[in-house]
Design a protein around this ligand. Structure first.
Ligand code: SF4
Length: 355
């Protein structure tokens, strides 16, 4: 506890055998003194569970909000993205494994107080800050304080997450958050168990919670991996579940996998797979289904559900056409699109600016 980046936490309890169980995520790590959880950044020290990465970041970038991806949240605006280290899942295809699997303190070389992050976002013209690169579930107390500092400056907070979190800390965390992109990594328990070392039901529970009990704007991403989670029946089952339990207005992004981490022998996702998945989603009644990580103007287009006009056309995060009013209404028919619209479209483009 002498480390300035280590803070006490809530959401843990003692077990009869002397261990302490962390209750932040369903992993439920049971720790002896001095041990770290699977996420590596929460640990048992001084007879309690502590967070060891408060106020430290693995780096910052300014991105378009569409890259999170969020297509219905302050479109075209810049977002200050940052992460810490560690993760509470163990996905074999992780696309950010150098951060999420980091055991090196060097990864967290940059000290960053919540006020400093909010001030930087302000100076850089960002309308939001995103907790991304690794999952904010494991550093949620830090993320919540950053979100509060941002709100003081009129800047919103975004969680990019796998949604693998227990109900009590989840409610505490999302009371600070404005928007979330939640990964649904596949739609079978077998995939979650074998490939991610987690459980699908907990993720679905988070999605239902967010939609039914919060005002958080939610979009969903599924990374399609050839031969692993890209079958028609599985995609159709996911889309049908979303339509039934979350509603047809929740945007769904199908994105392309590239070989990485422990799945370097699997080929990249063909764009035809994403197009096929998008068609399945639309057939299930979902009104906003997108493709990502590919050049696909059709898959990046938002169509007005009222009159069928293409109101937003994007190509790999770049805005090609925008026909919504400042409060998100179709300029042709006046129908309001679901999402968070607050002023003119942003003009950040597809730039990525390391900070
Ligand atoms: S947050 Fe970390 S320590 Fe806590 S249960 Fe999850 S993986 Fe384990």
């Amino acid at each position: 506890m002498d480390d300035p980046f280590t803070v006490a936490t809530e959401h843990w309890h003692r077990l009869d055998d002397g261990r302490i169980q962390c209750d932040v995520c369903p992993r439920a790590c049971r720790l002896h003194d001095g041990q770290r959880g699977l996420c590596f950044v929460r640990a048992r020290a001084d007879d309690q569970i502590v967070l060891t990465s408060y106020g430290r970041s693995s780096g910052f970038c300014v991105d378009p909000v569409e890259k999170k991806p969020l297509n219905h949240f302050l479109p075209g605006s810049a977002v200050l993205s940052f992460g810490t280290a560690g993760c509470n899942l163990a996905c074999k295809f992780c696309q950010n494994w150098d951060i999420s699997k980091s055991r090196e303190v060097d990864t967290l070389a940059r000290a960053a107080t919540p006020d400093a992050i909010a001030a930087a976002a302000d100076e850089l013209g960002c309308r939001s800050v995103a907790f991304t690169y690794n999952d904010p579930v494991i550093f949620w107390e830090y993320a919540a304080d950053v979100a509060d500092a941002c709100h003081d400056r009129g800047i919103k907070a975004i969680a990019v997450t796998a949604g693998y979190m227990c109900p009590a800390p989840r409610a505490a965390f999302y009371s600070h958050i404005d928007a979330a992109n939640v990964d649904v990594k596949a739609f079978t328990e077998d995939f979650y168990r074998r490939v991610c070392v987690g459980h699908l039901a907990d993720v679905l529970d988070t999605l239902v919670y967010l939609r039914q009990q919060t005002e958080v704007w939610v979009e969903i991403t599924t990374l399609l991996i050839p031969g692993r989670n890209d079958g028609d029946a599985e995609i159709a089952a996911e889309c049908a579940w979303i339509a039934e339990h979350l509603g047809t207005d929740v945007p769904l992004h199908f994105t392309a996998f590239h070989p990485d981490y422990k799945m370097r022998d699997t080929p990249p996702t063909p764009s035809a797979t994403l197009t096929r998945a998008r068609a399945i989603g639309q057939a299930a009644g979902l009104r906003f289904v997108y493709t990502g990580n590919v050049h696909d103007p059709a898959g990046g287009t938002t169509t007005c559900p009222g009159c069928g006009t293409a109101v937003v056309v994007r190509d790999w995060y770049a805005m090609r056409h925008y026909a919504l009013t400042d409060d998100g209404r179709c300029t042709a028919c006046g129908q309001r699109l679901p999402g968070v619209y607050d002023g003119p479209v942003g003009h950040w483009g597809r730039r990525r600016l390391p900070v």
